[in-house]
Design a protein around this ligand. Structure first.
Ligand code: FA5
Length: 339
């Protein structure tokens, strides 16, 4: 019994986990444990009454000792574990940051642009992304067989519906609804069946502008373009105006921005040309006014189509358009803080 007691004490000394203590309990007090077997292995018929009594007493003492020692070892281990856990708790560690929602850079650019136009008395109107072929093409002077239809690769839907290829689809809708005089902008998403590269996406944003009144000229158009550029970039930027063809304007222009990614030296974003096509524009074609129920002898106007996605790229220094639709929140988080 003394030997078993010593073995037990030694075993408990080296136990460091609750599992090891439980193993010791089973080894000593379990059904086949050494203390339990002590009683089973003794031939009581050979013992006197006095000896039986002495053996029973000693065995009970040993059982009591083993039970207490095992319980004490378990308790000691449990309290060490708790202490260890609370030692791990570093109350000075910085808290976990909460991820705040952020606005997409295109949304930021759109909101800013809408503000600039509202400041000049323009109304902001949103139109449908699924558009009728009529408003997208015929209404803006692009009949069925017109070669200009090939300028925009179209996602065709059923029932003469298309995914709008440009926000110019809003021009005649707005004229029919508001009449003249009218000044408004139509920001929104456009879709084209395009091959994708650093400056072309199949889903991108434009912001159309339409100004119709008596005696509107190219001078008015240029004044508005100047305001957009200075308010958006808040610094001097280099632009060039060159003739451009669009069936819904006459004359038509392309306004290109000197690439702000490479400073005009040439890079993948501007296809090594140093320039980014940003705001095509021109005087509204009389046929478009007529489609909108406006008399072109009485009214004239200008229209423009800001490449809003490209504007956001230039404003925020985003060199590849594909970052904008990739859905990676780390892109957004760089541009806006709270929302
Ligand atoms: C148009 O869509 C005309 N509706 C614009 C217009 C309006 C002209 C009013 C005259 C008067 P364009 O296809 O060039 O034109 O597109 C206009 C702008 O949208 C481009 O200069 C460019 O900045 C942007 N854009 C066009 N295609 C893409 C594309 N795939 N990805 C990103 N931006 C594009």
């Amino acid at each position: 019994m003394q030997q078993i007691k010593e073995q037990l004490v030694e075993a408990l000394k080296s136990a460091t986990t609750a599992e090891q203590v439980e193993r010791i309990r089973v080894d000593f007090l379990g059904r086949k444990g050494s203390i339990t077997l002590l009683a089973k292995n003794v031939d009581f018929s050979k013992l006197t009454a006095e000896e039986k009594k002495g053996f029973g007493q000693k065995l009970n003492e040993l059982k009591g000792f083993a039970t207490d020692a095992i319980a004490a070892a378990s308790a000691a281990l449990a309290s060490t574990a708790t202490r260890k856990k609370s030692n791990d708790l570093d109350l000075t560690a910085p808290g976990k940051g909460r991820r705040l929602g952020a606005l997409h850079p295109i949304t930021l650019a759109q909101m800013e642009l809408e503000d600039v136009f509202q400041g000049m008395g323009f109304t902001v109107v949103y139109g449908p992304e699924v558009e009728s072929e009529y408003f997208c093409f015929e209404a803006v002077n692009i009949p069925h067989d017109h070669p200009a239809r090939d300028m925009q690769d179209t996602f065709w839907l059923k029932n003469q519906l298309v995914m709008r290829t440009h926000t110019s689809a809003q021009q005649v809708r707005a004229l029919k609804r508001f009449g003249a005089p009218f000044r408004g902008v139509f920001p929104g998403r456009c879709f084209r069946f395009e091959s994708i590269d650093p400056s072309h996406e199949n889903t991108f944003y434009q912001c159309e502008g339409l100004y119709v009144d008596k005696g509107v000229s190219v001078a008015n158009l240029i004044a508005v373009m100047r305001t957009i550029l200075s308010q958006t970039f808040k610094r001097d930027v280099k632009v060039r105006l060159r003739p451009g063809y669009f069936p819904f304007v006459e004359p038509g222009f392309e306004l290109d921005l000197n690439c702000l990614i490479c400073g005009g030296k040439g890079c993948a974003t501007c296809k090594n040309s140093g320039w980014i096509e940003l705001i095509p524009c021109g005087l509204v074609h009389p046929e478009v006014l007529r489609q909108g129920g406006i008399d072109p002898k009485e009214y004239s106007g200008f229209a423009f189509g800001v490449g809003l996605t490209r504007l956001a790229m230039m404003k925020y220094g985003i060199r590849d358009i594909r970052y904008l639709n990739c859905g990676d929140l780390r892109v957004n988080e760089q541009f806006s803080t709270i929302m």
